[in-house]
Design a protein. Structure first.
Length: 364
């Protein structure tokens, strides 16, 4: 077991360990209802006000424990979901750095950047380490894609900068991703507010969820990316949202891992589909039809069936708030999908889905 003692204004202790070697790293942690890769801990000493969080790597089983005596004051966020979580609980003033400012949707963060309070620290391959050192963060909230630790994390640690790696993007239940707001509540010293927010989101989500439907709306998902047509697994994030709204992703493989289908497979599925969701960045049916010579023959385009895209809140830089604020508001995404499916089934009086939070219907 390796120990890292880092003395900051917030008195942070970071411990790296393997759950199999150390019983202090249990996951899921106390109080986690849906999340699999983080937990919350209270100090064993009743006189201490220290609280902690623990995050677990799903790839290699290592976990990091972060114990906090006082709320953090200076945080750098490497992902948009971290920005959204802190902003949601009113702790955006703690953010001093972000990665990819132009892709963020939160207007408060852009206003803070204009005032010189928030700085863009760059991306993994072009990290601005001088700016990071100058910002003197209490903590960098990072993420990993794949098993290997990216070089920028190794570099940050070598500079003595405290890092906590989050795995919210790998959680497959929509409420599991939203539950990470409770972790941020511990970091910001506003756990009660964060817990209340999550409870409201959870109750709203569960109240709208369709328990079971004999005739789910059949959904064709996505378009090819780099010549590969990816579909979410049947237990993946988007499949769960669609199922909880009363739909079914056609062609989804069993499990949470995304699968790849051919264009011919997609064409066959399209002939069974009641609608098409998330076709890239298309806003019109005409634009979608020009992307591939087969698309005009796909069922939803050929038959005039509904096509919706989750790009309502896309900003000028190309960032999509669906993956930012939507990470902590799955109830609003579910509300959108239910309205879209109900409109298709003519369960809404006007037969149209209005007042959507994240989706648009493709125009002609």
């Amino acid at each position: 077991m390796r120990l890292y003692f880092i003395f900051l204004s917030a008195l942070v202790l970071i411990v790296g360990c393997r759950p199999s070697d150390n019983q202090d790293c249990p996951l899921p942690g106390p109080g986690c209802e849906y999340a699999s890769f983080f937990g919350i801990m209270d100090a064993s000493d009743e006189a201490s006000k220290a609280r902690g969080v623990v995050t677990l790597s799903p790839s290699d089983g290592t976990c990091d424990t972060l114990l906090i005596d006082n709320p953090l004051q200076r945080i750098i966020c490497m992902s948009s979901s971290s920005v959204a979580a802190l902003s949601t609980i009113g702790a955006d003033s703690l953010i001093v750095g972000v990665s990819g400012l132009k892709y963020l949707s939160d207007p408060k963060i852009h206003a803070m950047a204009g005032e010189g309070k928030v700085h863009d620290v760059g991306y993994e391959a072009s990290m601005d380490y001088e700016t990071i050192m100058r910002l003197d963060p209490d903590l960098v909230l990072a993420y990993k894609v794949g098993d290997a630790e990216p070089p920028y994390l190794t570099k940050l640690r070598s500079l003595g900068i405290p890092v906590l790696v989050l795995y919210d993007h790998l959680e497959q239940h929509p409420l599991a991703r939203a539950e990470y707001v409770r972790l941020f509540g511990v970091l910001a010293g506003c756990s009660d507010k964060a817990d209340d927010f999550f409870d409201d989101v959870k109750n709203h989500y569960l109240a709208m969820r369709v328990e079971k439907t004999e005739e789910p709306v059949r959904v064709l998902m996505n378009i090819p990316y780099a010549d590969a047509w990816y579909l979410p697994g049947s237990d993946g994030y988007m499949s769960r949202l669609i199922r909880d709204a009363g739909g079914q992703v056609l062609g989804a493989q069993k499990g949470s891992v995304s699968g790849v289908i051919t264009m011919e497979d997609a064409y066959s599925l399209s002939l069974e589909a009641d609608m098409w969701l998330c076709p890239g960045y298309c806003r019109t049916r005409e634009q979608l039809a020009t992307l591939h010579h087969l698309f005009p023959h796909f069922g939803p385009l050929a038959k005039g069936l509904p096509i919706y895209n989750n790009i309502l809140r896309t900003n000028q830089g190309g960032g999509n708030d669906f993956w930012e604020s939507g990470a902590v508001r799955p109830d609003l995404i579910l509300k959108d999908l239910r309205a879209i499916f109900q409109a298709y089934k003519k369960e809404l009086s006007a037969g149209t889905a209005d007042n959507l939070s994240y989706f648009i219907e493709l125009s002609e």
